[in-house]
Design a protein around this ligand. Structure first.
Ligand SMILES: Cc1cc2nc3c(=O)[nH]c(=O)nc-3n(C[C@H](O)[C@H](O)[C@H](O)COP(=O)(O)OP(=O)(O)OC[C@H]3O[C@@H](n4cnc5c(N)ncnc54)[C@H](O)[C@@H]3O)c2cc1C
Length: 457
């Protein structure tokens, strides 16, 4: 089939979905973006109050930037750090409304199933030649789109992990949903009245938990009767203090440093090693229990914010032949590159179409969703992914293989110290000390360059 006649369906109009569409256009093919929200960037708008830790230079896709430049776009200062709201206002919205992309975007279009036309999952012969049939709802009844390839860039924001320590809902979590929020509520803005002067617990140890606690600390400055409790499942709070000066994204390192200060000040009650299993209404309060609803270790709060990460929604892909890592729910080849159980440290080896391909020929995961449950996704990773994927769909194998992605290191080894490792006082499980020269690189690579090694391997 000629490229110009190929239709590529892109599920999700977030930063990565729109970048995918821009690359599809650049390659002379026809993109159709299906976005469930009222506008593109619908999930970014839900964290519009959050300042990003990557500056503009990392947040604009090349092909998308070119479409905007052709319209006389006033590009933002590459060194400034936008909020989610500014990312929407200054980049996503103009991209979707003022460039040729606008002809290719369908909003209020929620994808509910993807299949091969005329083939259920079992049927093999002729399967690869059949077009994809994407069913979506737009409020006017079910609609169908046929496409030659599908890029699923629908993110994970709408499927947050639950509060329960086992990865399942805590007992009582659904019943008490009215006093539980997920992700990063706007505690200094739209949600201020919900949290001011209350006892608020934040569950989680990643960037969302850290950002929310820092905002709650600011709220406490003006509303001193606000109490903050930080609940983490692990035993070591220091793991959340980040790589500090070793983080190649300075704003991300600074976030961890500020957080360490706030925790040290005693403003935040720290409940480490708390394995939440039960949530019970007790009068005006929520009782959070580790192990039981009645007795044992527990905490009483007014509000709970769950920031335990996200997982991909795979329900609408049931009729496709997908293959995912059993732990991370991401494409299997990608898993060892991003698995926080391994020594990945946010440094990801080059990856693109080959790593992201699925047994279902012509179907790809991209963006936040491609990382499954792993937490370290950066937009620039997604832009490189879709450049490679689209080159592959266009039949340009050389460009698809030529993936060059060097991500800024976090400066933190997330992996615990290996017993008997040479350098066990090193950075493993926490921020890297200044004298450690290969922390967060593949140890073998570092050592072959003559460095000491960080002791984690
Ligand atoms: C609070 C926060 C801060 C972050 N800060 C940074 C940062 O500083 N730098 C950085 O590089 N990355 C950052 N990230 C990580 C990541 O880059 C962003 O989450 C980014 O928005 C991911 O882009 P995406 O297009 O993959 O997914 P999303 O932005 O989540 O877009 C997915 C889109 O798909 C739509 N959708 C979902 N389901 C369907 C469906 N069934 N049918 C149709 N449409 C659907 C959604 O409405 C959404 O618009 C941050 C993430 C969060 C949550």
């Amino acid at each position: 089939m000629q490229n110009s006649t190929k239709t590529v369906a892109v599920i999700g109009g977030g930063p990565v979905g729109l970048a995918a569409a821009a690359h599809v256009l650049e390659r002379g093919m026809r993109p159709v973006v299906l976005e469930s929200g009222d506008q593109v960037g619908d999930t970014v708008l839900e964290w519009s109050h959050v300042r990003m830790f990557s500056p503009w230079v990392y947040n604009v896709d090349k092909a998308a930037g070119q479409l905007l430049a052709a319209q006389g776009w006033n590009a933002p200062d590459p060194n400034q750090y936008p909020t989610g709201g500014e990312l929407f206002e200054r980049y996503l919205a103009p991209l979707a409304t003022r460039t040729v992309l606008k002809e290719h975007i369908r909003t209020k279009a929620r994808v509910v199933s993807v299949a091969r036309a005329g083939f259920d999952k079992m049927k093999t012969i002729g399967r690869d030649q059949a077009p994809f049939e994407i069913r979506y709802r737009n409020g006017r009844g079910p609609e169908t789109l046929r496409a030659d390839a599908v890029i699923d860039a629908s993110g994970t924001w709408r499927s947050p992990n639950p509060a329960g320590v086992n990865g399942t809902e805590a007992i009582g979590e659904a019943e008490n949903a009215g006093r539980i929020a997920y992700g990063m509520p706007d505690v200094l803005g739209a949600d201020l009245n919900r949290y001011a002067r209350r006892t608020v617990a934040v569950l989680g140890a990643g960037h969302s938990a850290v950002g929310t606690i820092l905002d709650l600390a600011k709220l406490r400055d003006v509303e001193p009767s606000t109490h903050i409790i930080w609940i983490l499942r692990g035993d070591n709070p220091e793991k959340s203090f980040g790589g500090g000066a070793n983080d190649k994204l300075a704003a991300r390192g600074e976030l961890g440093r500020l957080f360490a200060q706030v925790v040290a000040s005693g403003e935040v009650r720290v409940e480490a090693g708390f394995r939440l299993t039960h949530i019970t209404a007790k009068g005006e309060k929520l009782r959070l229990g580790a192990g039981s609803s009645c007795c044992g270790r527990h905490i009483e709060v007014d509000e709970l914010i769950v920031a335990t990460g996200f997982r991909p929604d795979l329900s609408f892909l049931r009729e496709l032949r997908t293959s995912l890592d059993p732990a991370l729910e991401c494409p299997p080849i990608l898993a060892p590159l991003i698995d926080p159980n391994l020594h990945s440290c946010g440094t990801v080896r080059p990856h693109g179409a080959r790593e992201l391909a699925q047994p279902e020929h012509g179907f790809y995961f991209a963006g936040m969703k491609s990382y499954g449950r792993a937490p370290t996704f950066l937009m620039m990773t997604g832009y490189e992914q879709v450049r490679s994927i689209v080159a592959n769909i266009a039949g340009d194998r050389e460009a698809a293989e030529r993936v060059e992605l060097v991500l800024p290191e976090t400066g933190v080894c997330s992996r615990p110290v290996t017993e008997g490792a040479a350098n066990s006082a090193a950075c493993c499980g926490g921020p890297a000390p200044a004298e450690i020269d290969t922390c967060c690189r593949q140890d073998a690579d570092g050592e072959s360059d003559g460095a000491k090694g960080c002791g984690c391997s």
